[in-house]
Design a protein. Sequence first.
Length: 283
Amino acid sequence: MSELKVNKISPRSGTDVTLGDSGDTFTLPTGVTLDASNATTTLPATVVTTTGSQTLTNKSIDASQLTGTITPSDNTVSLAKLTATGTKDATTFLRGDNTFAEAGGGAYEKLVTTNITSGSVASVEFNSTYITSAYRDYRIVCSSIAISANDELQLKISDDNGSSYKSTNNYAYGTRGFKSSNSPTNKQSTGNSYFVIVPNTFKGGSSDKTGSFIIDIFDPLNTTTFFTASWRGTIWDSGDAIIGFYGGGTFNTNASSAFNAFKLDTYSSNLTIGAYTLYGRKI
């Protein structure tokens, strides 16, 4: 085997140099470095590589050029590496639109939580930022609620995104409570200016004798039916009795209105602690 030693190969004329003929093989021995870092390299349509594992460092590859299976070295892909939007946790999954979401098929999806940890708040409201056509039904979960003084808990609705709340005598409702100490109690009206959620006066001024309840609101954006809601939960009343209650009501006019805001408040006191979480349900 002959050996040619030169420091540089240049074309005799023009700018092209051809190495060998078709079918020839040029072998770079182990330990040889082919440095083309400052040059432009044109690869053939098909690049033959060795079999087995390949290591790429600081390189970008167009996805259309990848075939076969790519396996991370530790056989895992960290969720932190994904560019999907939404909340990644044990209750969500990755959808085909690259968004993390809670399971669908009738499940309620969390939209927003209002936490009251101290002070005094007149009301908690949810408007068209969250009440949209993306969802049909809504649920408000009220956890460990306390108020400043013995009072009623009220639900009011709006069809102008909370600019005003319906105050006409068209709230019809019925609520039934069961006391730990005596007979059931009821509260109802065929023409009130708000829904009364609990049948007894809710104990106020306490940070440990709180109440928790759920309010379900059905298809509020429907413009062919009356607004309807139902509720259930447990509270302490003003006489320190435990009340388990359930009820429901309808706004018996304005069937053509789309109601896009809800407000929870009391008759004359304030909300002092508690978590108010709104959920939406798709169909």
